[in-house]
Design a protein around this ligand. Structure first.
Ligand SMILES: *Cc1c(COP(=O)(O)O)cnc(C)c1O
Length: 385
């Protein structure tokens, strides 16, 4: 098969399975509303959980940073890309989450790749929850270490895998809140199991950071644990973009030597780091508490209303509220009907989720109002098949 034939065959296969992905360019909006040309939708598919992406203070901090530092960082942090804005943000993150150090990355995807590829050697074993994010599973399967996956949140399986003999070191990998299901990992138990087996734990808390726990410190703080490696991302509740790894002094120094994504890649713009500091200040403040409480109330309102609808609601108390519909075509039709009624929702299909569990992944935001939730419930009721 030639390159072209192979590519065309792969595309045909996706189309036949109703799993062909396309993008649509928006002209504006985020949080509560989206715009495309003249049309407007209520947005139920962004990860802007606190509605901070349009917060005036964060926008002003970014503008101020751009005026001071310019728009780009000019290089890797090891050369000239590391500014006072980056240093300040790292110190603030470490203080907020109670770690000795924080290291910034341009994305959560890069952070996960960097950490796993810098740490894992051939004799090691990585033990990951089967529903872990693609960035974690891909990094783990590309690494020279052995990768074992355990059934979602199955603690007996995790213990069993970690108890098997291993010539090197073991790293358990899981998430705080799972991105496609909205449920949580039993972190206290996961931590106890890793401690007992002498392995390290890496938690990706992309969806918990900023959203849950005191001052929005996330899933680990709420569970009373401190994993050796905590990954937080800024494209979700922070309303911006980027990520950080929280760790010990020596792990931070090690990553600065061996994490290729830090060494051979342009650092995030200093202005972005400044915007992130402004976002963090809001997340930690009473204003952050108000936003989190509002989001919790909206979530409870949605779940109470959705319980009466003929859709399978996931066991999630978080802002991620998937409706599992099973079949790809059915998920697409439901998303399409909601779109016609003015609601922007995305159908999530395999391979992002297991085959047969296509779903409408609804995400709520503190930018929503109660009337948005009520209108969504009404539209869902109109869309029953
Ligand atoms: C979104 C997400 C990532 C990727 O983070 P980006 O900053 O968007 O690259 C990693 N892990 C999880 C669990 C996520 O949900």
């Amino acid at each position: 098969m030639s390159w072209s034939q192979r590519i065309d065959a792969a595309l045909d296969e996706r189309r036949a399975a109703d799993s062909f992905r396309v993008r649509q360019s928006l002209s504006g909006g985020n949080g509560r509303l989206l715009q495309m040309g003249e049309r407007q939708w209520r947005n139920f598919s962004s990860n802007d959980y606190l509605g901070l992406s349009r917060h005036p203070e964060i926008i002003a901090a970014w503008q101020d940073g751009a005026a001071r530092y310019g728009v780009g960082s000019g290089g890797s942090g090891h050369v000239t890309g590391y500014s006072e804005a980056h240093e300040t943000l790292e110190r603030e993150l470490a203080d907020w989450l109670g770690y000795p150090r924080a290291l910034l990355f341009i994305s959560g995807f890069a952070a996960n790749q960097a950490v796993i590829s810098a740490l894992a050697r051939r004799e090691d074993r990585l033990v990951a929850d089967r529903l872990s994010h693609a960035s974690l599973l891909e990094a783990a399967s590309l690494s020279p270490a052995q990768l074992r996956r355990f059934p979602h949140n199955d603690m007996a399986a995790l213990s069993r895998l970690l108890a098997a003999p291993c010539a090197g070191q073991q790293l358990a990998i899981t998430e705080g809140i799972f991105s496609m299901d909205g449920d949580r990992a039993p972190l206290a138990e996961v931590h106890a199991i890793t401690q007992a087996s002498g392995s390290w734990l890496m938690v990706d808390d992309a969806h918990g950071t900023g959203v849950i726990g005191e001052q929005g410190r996330g899933s680990c703080h709420q569970a009373g644990i401190q994993p050796e490696l905590l990954v937080v991302t800024f494209g979700k509740a922070f309303g911006v973009s980027g990520a950080a790894v929280l760790c010990s002094e020596s792990v931070a120094d090690y990553l600065l030597q061996f994490a290729r994504h830090l060494i051979y890649s342009t650092a995030m713009p200093p202005a972005q780091a400044q915007a992130l500091s402004a976002s963090l200040a809001i997340i930690r403040s009473p204003q952050g508490d108000t936003l989190r409480r509002h989001l919790q109330r909206l979530t409870a309102r949605f779940r109470a209303g959705a319980a009466g609808l003929p859709f399978q609601l996931a066991a999630s108390e978080t802002a991620i509220q998937p409706l599992i519909v099973g079949d790809n075509g059915r998920a697409l039709r439901l998303a399409q009907r909601l779109r016609e009624r003015g609601f922007w929702c995305c159908a999530i299909r395999p391979p992002t989720v297991p085959v047969g569990t296509a779903r409408l992944r609804l995400t709520l935001s503190a930018a929503h109002q109660e009337q948005d939730i009520d209108a969504l419930l009404e539209a869902l009721n109109d869309c029953r098949e």
